[in-house]
Design a binder for this molecule. Structure first.
Ligand code: CMC
Length: 376
């Protein structure tokens, strides 16, 4: 009889001071601060500092951090030529995973596991990832790459590089809030991947590359794109109820609902719902919000009693669409923010590292006779 815990559910495999989740009460805090307060009053850059340093910055520290982060937005000629060599049909998550891996090759000390040095590398990766995504997106649209503007915030600079025009304050704030909400979330699959790789004393580039690979799965960060595909399949808000009923009857999953930890409303979804409604109304996407709302209503009636509620990905889809992002950039958006959390966890893992090496119950046969290939 196997004692394996499928999906490692309920297994505590690390200690962290970065994020706290109470799945029953719907609470998420970064280092003790409620996510709602951070989304309303902080900035993604401040949250990124928190992830890398386990606390909020004081003013001079924050100024130095911003100078360093924004000063690292640029890409080398080598990196740019690699992006230019990518097939324009490549999926952005595959491109991003490849390019983060490639950044290691221009670091003279890629393998350092010295904590302050790894922190510096993490800032570089965090700063360059949006430039990589925006450059690739412009190239595949047949447009010139827009160089980063170090006078702009992380959020504003990304939208500027994508659209070749500065975003409005509302768009910058909305995108910044999305980045804050996605920065960290306990020992989720990609963060665990990052910690496992770090625990072998491999390098930060490998750890983040592996995490990007884990994130893109449809049961994890890939769900936000799944939500948008679903919304595109539904012609009108009136048809949403029947769509959901058909899916549930076929025992299909509704993307953007359910969570391994939350059995109540995901607090990130609460914030994003309000943001999605506002942005959708302002940008002529009210119908998209109405479809989302109708899906949520049906899901609440049918499955909320099982603890299935909207998760972070559900209203992210309407929000990102209203900000003007292409569908296949939704999961990369998640990654751009989560790099801060992954890096924070890598630093925590390095501090007092122990190789992560669980066991497996062997459930195969024993004493099997080896047969030469002709006799099998
Ligand atoms: N739609 C319909 N039914 C669902 C859903 C859903 N989205 N999620 C869970 N259920 C049902 C599931 O069918 C099962 O029912 P029953 O007990 O009758 O067989 C029950 O709820 C428990 O499901 P589970 O698969 O044991 O739960 P889990 O903890 O393994 O799943 C999950 C968590 C996120 C994989 C799952 O809820 C899911 O597949 N959701 C859709 C994908 C999604 O939105 N993923 C993003 C997660 S949040 C962001 C992130 O972390 O990346």
């Amino acid at each position: 009889m196997s004692t394996a815990s499928k999906g490692l559910e309920g297994i505590v495999a690390a200690e962290t001071v970065l994020s706290f989740i109470d799945g029953e009460k719907g609470i998420l805090e970064y280092n003790g601060i409620a996510i709602n307060d951070l989304a309303k009053h902080s900035s993604f850059e401040e949250v990124a500092f928190l992830m890398l340093n386990k606390r909020l910055p004081k003013k001079p520290e924050f100024e130095a951090f911003i100078t360093d982060l924004r000063g690292s937005y640029g890409l080398s000629d080598h990196t740019l030529s690699l992006i230019k060599s990518m097939p324009t049909t490549a999926q952005p998550m595959h491109m991003l995973r490849t390019m983060v891996s490639a950044l290691a090759m221009e670091d003279p000390e890629p393998n350092s596991i010295d904590i302050p040095e790894v922190r510096v590398k993490a800032v570089r990766i965090l700063a360059k990832a949006p430039t990589i995504v925006a450059a690739f997106d412009r190239l595949r649209r047949g447009l010139d790459i827009v160089s980063p503007d170090p006078s702009l915030s992380f959020a504003a600079n990304f939208l500027y590089m994508l659209n070749a025009e500065r975003p409005t304050h509302t768009m910058e704030r909305a995108f910044d809030a999305c980045m804050i909400l996605h920065a960290d979330h306990g020992l989720n699959a990609s963060t665990f991947t990052c910690r496992v790789i770090t625990s072998t004393l491999s390098d930060i580039y490998s750890a983040i590359t592996g995490a990007i690979g884990a994130l893109r799965g449809p049961l994890h960060g890939g769900a936000n794109e799944g939500v948008m595909h679903m919304l595109n399949e539904i012609d009108s808000p009136e048809e949403a109820e029947q769509f959901v009923m058909n899916k549930l009857a076929a025992r299909d999953r509704i993307m953007g609902f359910g969570h391994r930890v939350y059995k109540s409303y995901d607090p990130r979804a609460t914030y994003l719902k309000t943001l999605a409604e506002q942005l959708a109304t302002d940008t002529g996407n009210a119908d998209l919000y109405a479809k989302s709302s109708a899906i949520e209503k049906t899901m609440a009636r049918e499955v909320a009693s099982k603890g299935i509620y909207p998760n972070v990905d559900f209203y992210s889809a309407t929000t990102y669409h209203s900000i003007g992002l292409k569908l296949d950039l939704f999961t990369p958006m998640f990654a751009l923010s989560r790099i801060s959390g992954w890096a924070g966890h890598a630093l925590e893992q390095l501090d007092g590292n122990r190789l992560i090496r669980p066991s497996a119950d062997y459930v195969g046969p024993h004493n099997t006779q080896y047969l030469p290939i002709e006799q099998r």
